[in-house]
Design a protein around this ligand. Structure first.
Ligand SMILES: [Zn+2]
Ligand SMILES: [Zn+2]
Length: 344
């Protein structure tokens, strides 16, 4: 038997259960989980904002560990390999998989949402969902690559951010701090503006490459961006909050030919004037959903080369049995969390 933290019913705390370890099918690998990141999405699944595939379910979609068992027909992995798990389960054969967009797969499923995830001792996953971790990369950092770092990278790639461009990041939490760091240090943004209501997040954003930080409780971000750019406004705005108000403010920050990138999950409707908002300045409105496995390889290389530093990203480490406490820390921002990780 193994320990697993499961959601039994929506709106209820998770419970620590003893369950049989998952069987390892052909093409699959059993991973001995060493670190499992806790994401804001896990709160959404618990609260019913996002629906899960079945109940009870093991949540957790930021997973890193060690290969423990190899299924039939698996090549390229050995017992003992350090790995991180790409949470997108895709068919590999549909139109979108063929285009290299497995996040849009017609038979898409997500580990830790549609099927059992990483708040457990072991997980069985298709070998093609694994990315090897280099020796020096800690498991906890490998785990958060799987969502908190890769989704912002996907967002900046979707935005086709170019060196020297003005970037505004709305919401510098677990994902946003990585958007700031990637935009300023990897992509060479010209001016990097970070917006958040939490001062500690703005402090961190500054350390990770933000040139200007704005707290909308004290100052209008739109006016500040106007000032900083002599009225030209931003080339790229990345929105990670998902509220109507922040999306609308973000759109106001977009300049001519700019791109508005929506990452934050929100259900509120927004109303736009096609001419004034989109057509007149040729604004592009871009949605971002998950990320690609190829981006995980990019991130591993960026860390190995020292161009990306995640040492400030993980603020809380807890035992898997404390998953409810981890969710509480995220929900109520106890102890100024950036990323919370369950470690074995
Ligand atoms: Zn996530
Ligand atoms: Zn597919």
């Amino acid at each position: 038997m193994m320990r697993a933290v499961r959601l039994h019913s929506v709106g209820e705390p998770l419970s620590v259960d003893e369950v049989p370890p998952p069987p390892v099918g052909p093409g699959e690998v059993l991973v001995d989980i060493k670190a499992s990141g806790v994401c804001h999405s896990d709160l959404n699944y618990r609260d019913g904002v996002g629906t899960v595939g079945h109940l009870p379910i093991i949540l957790g979609h930021e997973i890193a560990g060690v290969v423990d068992q190899i299924g039939e027909g698996v090549e390229g992995f050995e017992v003992g390999d350090r790995v991180l798990v790409h949470y997108v389960l895709s068919c590999g054969g549909c139109r979108y998989c063929s285009l290299g967009k497995e996040n849009l797969c017609e038979r898409y499923a997500m580990i830790g949402k549609d099927v059992d995830g990483g708040f457990a001792e072991y997980i069985a996953v298709p070998a093609r969902n694994l990315v090897k971790l280099p020796e020096g990369l800690p498991f906890e950092q490998g785990a958060i690559l799987g969502c908190a770092v890769s989704t912002p990278l996907h967002a900046l790639r979707r935005a086709q951010l170019k060196p020297g461009e003005v970037v505004v990041v709305y919401g510098v939490g677990g994902l946003g701090v990585h958007a700031v760091q990637l935009a300023s240090r990897v992509y060479g943004a010209g001016l990097m503006v970070a917006v958040d209501v939490a001062e500690y997040k703005l402090e961190l954003a500054k350390r990770l490459g933000a040139d200007v930080v704005v707290n909308p409780l004290h100052e209008d971000p739109v006016e500040r961006v106007r000032e900083e750019t002599d009225g030209r406004m931003a080339d790229v705005v990345v929105e990670l909050v998902g509220k109507r108000e922040t999306i609308m403010k973000g759109i106001e920050c977009v300049g001519r030919g700019g791109r508005m990138v929506l990452v934050g999950i929100g259900l509120e409707e927004i109303t736009l004037s096609p001419y004034r908002t989109i057509i007149g300045k040729e604004m592009e409105l871009i949605g971002v959903n998950d990320h690609l496995k190829s981006e995980l390889y990019q991130l591993v290389d960026l860390i190995a080369s020292g161009r990306l530093d995640l040492s400030a990203s993980i603020t809380h480490r807890l035992a898997p049995e404390e998953a409810n406490r981890a969710l509480e820390i995220l929900e109520h921002k106890l102890g100024n969390p950036v990323r919370v990780v369950l470690v074995q």
